[in-house]
Design a protein. Structure first.
Length: 84
């Protein structure tokens, strides 16, 4: 009986060792949160559409907004503060 347990332990040990040295697959470079490059986003301040990659990104009140310029971002942020 002890021999049997020892054998199970040995198999388990080998299994673990093999798993440790097995390659875990190639990690593909993916950046989650990166949408399509030419995605258009709306500026909530002046209501114009701008490409996401050129937009000014700002987090206001825990939400992410995109603006055409820093001026619009500041204007919007001030407006959000005034609402509270
Ligand atoms: Zn704007």
């Amino acid at each position: 009986m002890i021999k049997f347990l020892l054998l199970i332990f040995l198999i388990f040990f080998i299994y673990r060792a093999v798993r440790k040295y097995m390659p875990l697959g190639q990690k593909t470079e993916q950046r989650p949160g990166d949408g399509p490059v030419d995605e258009m986003v709306q500026d909530p301040s002046c209501m114009t559409y701008i490409p996401r990659r050129t937009a000014q990104r700002k987090v206001v009140g825990g939400k992410e907004f995109f603006f055409c310029s820093k001026e619009c971002a500041e204007k919007f942020e001030k407006g959000m503060r005034a609402q509270r």
